[in-house]
Design a protein around this ligand. Structure first.
Ligand code: S3P
Length: 197
């Protein structure tokens, strides 16, 4: 058997273990929540956001969790949530918090949930969107302009996002509907993606 055929078969086996969900990952401000909501509405399936699930569970905002219990505690909650989501049945669109794919143990758990789609956006666009944000404690840490922070943090995270992803979609400022359409098509085709969709 050629390596290529073998690889395809391995993919098939791997995909059979996947849930029937689409999971959006990527940096803060990349549009996971708004894109995910738009796609879920069109597909008539539920939308879930790991940050919302954590906020509900704790009865506190993300800022309050970071301030009173610390980031490490928040990261453990993310792992707990992604484990709980393994019990989900049926199709969902799930938006994962921007830092969730960073923990190594979370990445196979994301993949098991379904097709993991990395929504990639340039640091310039992200910095514009995040300029006056007050809800993301990670951006309050460290020195520098918002663009410098985004470039630095995204630089560190990019290899992990790529490692976690099955599919990468570029989403610049003007392509919201196009990107939402791609997500809808991926779901409808059972996780298949070609760049033309
Ligand atoms: C974080 C991203 C946030 C939220 C928390 C930490 C991060 O989610 O989970 O503030 O480390 O990137 P969004 O990506 O939905 O903003």
């Amino acid at each position: 058997m050629s390596d290529q055929v073998n690889d395809k078969m391995c993919d098939k086996v791997r995909n059979q273990e996947k849930g029937n969900n689409i999971v959006l990952i990527g940096f803060m401000g990349t549009g996971k929540t708004s894109l995910g909501k738009a796609a879920a509405r069109k597909l008539k399936i539920p939308f879930l956001d790991t940050d919302d699930l954590i906020v509900k569970k704790e009865g506190m905002t993300i800022n309050e969790i970071f301030a009173t219990k610390g980031e490490a505690y928040f990261r453990s909650l993310e792992t707990q949530i992604i484990k709980e989501l393994q019990e989900l049945e049926g199709g969902h669109v799930i938006a994962a918090g921007g830092g969730l794919p960073l923990r190594e143990e979370n990445r196979p758990l994301l993949k098991k949930l379904g097709q993991v789609i990395y929504i990639r956006t340039s640091p310039q666009i992200l910095a514009e969107r995040l300029e006056s944000d007050t809800k993301r404690p990670v951006l309050k840490q460290g020195d520098g302009t918002i663009l410098e922070k985004v470039e630095r943090i995204l630089g560190e995270r990019e290899p992990k996002y790529v490692d976690a992803a099955d599919i990468i979609i570029e989403n610049d400022g003007r392509s919201f509907f196009n990107t939402a359409k791609k997500l809808i098509n991926i779901y409808r085709k059972g996780g298949e993606y070609n760049d033309q969709s």
